[in-house]
Ligand binder design. Structure first.
Ligand SMILES: Nc1ncnc2c1ncn2[C@@H]1O[C@H](COP(=O)(O)OP(=O)(O)OP(=O)(O)O)[C@@H](O)[C@H]1O
Length: 260
C-alpha cells in the first residue's frame, strides 16, 4: 500500500523552436489502495502526467512523493501499463513475464519460474506459456503485460488507456479482472482514459483535467458497487449521475477549446 502525492506539477516540453506547456500546477493525492482515473480533452496532458509520475520525464516544476519520499526516476514501486502492450515479440509469454522479475533481482530460477507462473495463471493464461505475442489476441497480450507488471509486485499501478485498443466484451472482462486484482492486492492506481463510463465503473475518484495546459479542474467521488456487474451498474442512478456530471465538466473544456 502506497500513497502518491503530486505537488504543484508543471511541465513544459521545450523542443528549441517551440515550447508547449502540457501541465500547469497540478496537485493531487492518491491514497493508499485508491483507484483514481484522470479524464479530459485530447491533448490536455493526461499521458504527460502519467510519464511524470512514472519518472520517465522530470517535471519542469514540482515533485512527486511516494510514501513521503520524492521520486527521482522510474522505480519498481510503480508499474506502468500502456495501451500498446509493449511485449517482446521474440519472447514467449513465460519469458515476457519472467523479464519483469529481472528488475527486482530475484536470483533463484525456480522462484522466478513459480512467480511468473502464478501471475500467468492469475490473468487466465494457463496453457499459453509457450506462445509468442503474434499468436495472441489483443486481450491476451494485455493480460501478459498486466501479468508482467504484477509479477514484480509494484504497490502503484500507472495505466495509460490500457483497454483502449480492445473490443467492448474483452474490455469489460479485463475491467472486472483488474478490479478483482485491486481488491486482492490493494494497489494504488492512477488510470488514464478517454472513456467516462470506464472511469466511473472502475474508480473511487475521477479527476477532470482542463484543456491544455492541463490543470486538475474538478474531482468527483464515485460510490458504486461494481460487484453487481456492468449491466446493473450502467443502469444505476449513481452511475448515470456521475457520468453526466463528468461528461458536462469535460464538455465545458471542449467548448472553451473550440472558442479559443
Ligand atoms: N514530446 C513532446 N514534445 C512536445 N510536445 C509534446 C510532447 N508530448 C506531448 N506534447 C504536447 O503536450 C500536450 C499534452 O500531451 P499529452 O499526450 O500528455 O496529452 P493527452 O491528454 O494524453 O492526449 P490524448 O488524450 O490525445 O492522448 C499536447 O499539446 C502535446 O502535443
Amino acid at each position: 500500500m502506497s500513497t502518491v502525492a503530486l505537488e504543484d506539477l508543471t511541465h513544459v516540453y521545450d523542443s528549441g523552436a517551440e515550447s508547449v506547456k502540457a501541465l500547469d500546477d497540478v496537485s493531487l493525492t492518491i491514497d493508499s489502495g485508491e483507484f483514481v482515473s484522470v479524464v479530459g480533452p485530447s491533448g490536455c496532458g493526461k499521458s504527460t502526467l502519467l510519464y511524470v509520475v512514472g519518472g520517465f520525464i522530470d517535471p519542469t516544476h514540482g515533485r512527486i512523493l511516494v510514501d513521503g519520499t520524492s521520486i527521482t526516476g522510474p522505480g519498481t514501486d510503480r508499474g506502468v501499463i500502456f495501451q500498446e502492450y509493449a511485449l517482446y515479440p521474440w519472447k514467449s509469454v513465460m519469458e515476457n513475464v519472467k523479464f519483469g522479475l529481472k528488475h527486482v533481482g530475484t536470483d533463484s530460477t525456480e522462484e522466478v519460474e513459480a512467480t511468473a507462473q502464478k501471475y500467468i495463471s492469475r490473468v487466465g493464461l494457463d496453457g499459453h506459456e509457450d506462445k509468442y505475442p503474434k499468436e495472441l489476441s489483443g486481450g491476451m497480450k494485455q493480460r501478459v503485460a498486466i501479468a508482467r507488471t504484477l509479477a514484480y509486485d509494484p504497490k502503484i499501478l500507472l495505466m495509460d488507456e490500457p483497454f483502449g485498443a480492445l473490443d467492448d466484451q474483452t474490455r469489460e472482462i479485463l475491467q472486472r479482472d483488474l478490479l478483482d486484482i485491486c481488491n486482492e492486492t490493494q494497489k494504488t492506481i492512477l488510470f488514464i482514459t478517454h472513456d467516462i463510463e470506464e472511469a466511473a465503473f472502475l474508480s473511487d475518484r475521477i479527476v477532470v483535467m482542463s484543456t491544455q495546459p492541463g490543470t486538475s479542474k474538478e474531482q468527483f467521488e464515485v460510490n458504486i458497487d461494481q460487484s453487481v456487474g456492468h449491466d446493473a451498474v450502467y443502469q444505476s442512478p449513481e452511475f448515470l449521475d456521475v457520468t453526466k456530471k463528468v461528461r458536462r465538466s469535460v464538455h465545458e473544456e471542449l467548448v472553451i477549446e473550440g472558442n479559443g
